[in-house]
Design a protein around this ligand. Structure first.
Ligand code: HEM
Ligand code: HEM
Length: 312
């Protein structure tokens, strides 16, 4: 815990520039989307127990606070996807990793992010019913830019805080040359032993990342911009999973999403556990716990996809 706080504060106070911030937000966004996913697999699993319980719990998605948090979720997912894509390009096309080009890529990535996120965020907020703060253009713009400002607000707050006397900043990204620290942490290569298993995990992170651009962003896009969260209930799942023509396709799509998102996210969580938890016993316990949660959620998610058999 002390290591986590120290790393967080050193990352927040170290003025490492665009590359370091891109990495810090990438990690926070990945962990945030994973937290949502763990809860989400559990709530979809409840569909196995029939419509009453499921429909009752849907209020979780439909209140105004949940809908604003969905804009934050889109922020995290879209940012992480675009930044992940840049990392993958850097890994496979070394020219992209050269300092000058990397910096330009970060700005292109930011421009694409804003171009996609701003209209999507405004649309999602504006589409709420009027009694849930929707249908109000000024408020929709304010909320969307508020979500964008979140990381900036956190950075600003921490920059004003004086460094505690004697604080030792020893995270990799904070030892002086940010580009070097950034390269080492983001590429995740030189400070991890690259045996065959690690290499396979490294490759899996990149292949699953590319697949998730279609699977996870596609799923989010369909749910929010084609179907609409307000139309979601038990019958909605019946229409998708029991459809005589497309049912098998949607079940396979959800199974692939479940498999790749959960395993990618849990391997990602392992990076944080290994970086911040230095006590060997605690590290092993947390890694073991993460594997148990992963197996349980994979089983629950797959169970409901394979066995769901309700009719309207
Ligand atoms: C707030 C936005 C979201 C909504 C409203 C939503 C809604 C749904 C619904 C209704 C289903 C049921 C199956 C279906 O109709 O296809 C589902 C399944 C699923 N969603 Fe989402 N989803 C959202 C975001 C996400 C995100 C961001 C991810 C991935 C990171 C994700 C991953 C999954 C997975 C893996 C399943 C299958 C779960 C299982 O097998 O139990 N969803 N989602
Ligand atoms: C949408 C497409 C996505 C892409 C292109 C992508 C790409 C990447 C890449 C390239 C990495 C770095 C891997 C490494 O350092 O070896 C990464 C890390 C990570 N990803 Fe994703 N990812 C995506 C979706 C997701 C989703 C849906 C989740 C959550 C369920 C997630 C959670 C994480 C986490 C927690 C990390 C570790 C971050 C760190 O500690 O540095 N990612 N991702």
């Amino acid at each position: 815990m002390a290591a986590l706080i120290q790393t967080a504060s050193s990352v927040l106070r170290y003025r490492g520039g665009a590359g370091q911030w891109a990495w810090a937000i990438h990690r926070a966004a990945g962990l945030g989307v994973l937290a949502f996913l763990l809860l989400h697999i559990f709530d979809i699993f409840l569909a196995a127990f029939g419509p009453a319980l499921f429909n009752e719990l849907l209020f979780l998605y439909k209140g105004w606070l949940a809908r604003v948090l969905e804009i934050v979720l889109l922020f995290g997912l879209l940012y992480h996807a675009l930044n992940g894509l840049r990392l993958i390009l850097m890994d496979f096309f070394p020219i992209v990793a050269s300092r000058k080009i990397t910096r330009n890529f970060i700005y292109i990535q930011l421009a694409v992010f804003l171009l996609l996120f701003v209209p999507a965020g405004i649309y999602m907020m504006y589409n709420l019913p009027a009694d849930q703060f929707g249908q109000n253009a000024a408020l929709s713009i304010l909320v969307t830019f508020g979500v964008i400002a979140l990381p900036a607000i956190i950075v600003a707050l921490f920059s004003f805080m004086p460094l505690r006397d004697g604080i030792k900043i020893d995270s990799d990204a904070s030892v002086g040359n940010y580009q070097d620290g950034f390269d080492r942490i983001v590429a995740s290569r030189s400070h991890r032993v690259m045996n065959r298993t690690e290499l396979n995990i490294w490759l899996f992170m990149r292949i699953s990342g590319l697949l998730l651009i279609v699977l996870a962003l596609g799923h989010f896009f369909l749910m929010h911009f084609i179907y609409g969260v307000e139309n979601m209930d038990f019958n909605f799942i019946i229409q998708r999973w029991m459809d005589p023509v497309l049912g098998l396709f949607w079940r396979s799509y959800d199974l692939a999403l479940l498999f790749f998102a959960l395993i990618h996210g849990m391997f990602g969580l392992r990076y944080s556990i290994e970086d911040y938890v230095h006590h060997r016993g605690l590290k092993m316990t947390l890694l073991g716990l993460a594997i148990l949660v992963e197996i349980a959620l994979l089983a629950m998610g797959a169970y409901v996809i394979f066995t769901f058999n309700a009719t309207a």
